[in-house]
Design a protein around this ligand. Structure first.
Ligand SMILES: Cc1cc2nc3c(=O)[nH]c(=O)nc-3n(C[C@H](O)[C@H](O)[C@H](O)COP(=O)(O)O)c2cc1C
Length: 186
């Protein structure tokens, strides 16, 4: 196998192109696109997001102590990209795109209606890594679009048609190969 060496870079992909949302002090919602995001712990259920210090969202999450992670689908790919190329300091991205929010039930956080998955988080830890800080959010509640639940009521990411991101491009997911643990199935 021929391997081509490259320097340090963000090469763990694909990742979701998520929208990280938060309110300002006047309860005006903002969100930014974030691909550096992951589930990181089961008990308590926790996500981690890498946010650069100069992002407006950085300031809002730090101040409000909570944030939303919204997983977009292919239908709102263009809006998702827009949230990642302009700042809430300069414009109201919700007005510009027409995306709408509902309020979280546990903490004061805006969640995006048009995203099939919404994760309501309380900030539990912030670690400065370098250019970006890792924001750890305890998951307080998850909201699924009913259309992404299968006949047993289980969430299915193909039904949600979620967006994936990596190598500078957006992707759709087309098929499931098999299920967790299938290698040991008799
Ligand atoms: C696909 C994509 C992924 C991105 N991922 C991140 C990320 O993980 N962390 C980050 O700090 N910025 C990321 N950005 C950049 C921010 O979304 C962008 O700077 C945004 O304008 C910040 O908005 P704000 O100032 O309203 O917070 C990404 C942008 C795009 C388009």
């Amino acid at each position: 196998m021929v391997k081509i060496e490259k320097g340090p870079r963000a090469a763990a992909y694909p990742a979701p192109a998520a929208l990280v949302s938060a309110y300002d002090e006047n309860e005006k919602a903002n969100a930014m696109t974030a691909a550096w995001i992951s589930n990181i712990c089961a008990e308590p259920s926790t996500v981690v997001v890498g946010i650069r210090e100069n992002r407006y969202t950085f300031e809002l999450v730090e101040k409000s102590g909570c944030f939303g992670v919204n997983i977009p689908n292919v239908a709102i790919a263009k809006e998702t990209d827009y949230f990642g190329v302009v700042s809430g300091r300069d414009t109201d991205k919700f007005k510009d795109t027409g995306l709408t929010v509902f309020k979280g039930k546990e903490v004061n956080v805006p969640l995006i209606n048009e995203c099939p998955i919404n994760i309501e988080c309380k900030l539990i830890k912030q670690v400065k890594i370098g250019s970006h800080h890792a924001f750890f959010g305890e998951v307080l509640k998850v909201y699924y679009d009913e259309k992404m639940l299968d006949e047993k009521g289980a969430p299915d990411i193909l039904l949600a048609d979620v967006l994936a991101y990596g190598t500078g491009k957006y992707y759709s997911l087309k098929e499931s190969i098999d299920a967790y643990g299938f290698s040991k199935r008799k």
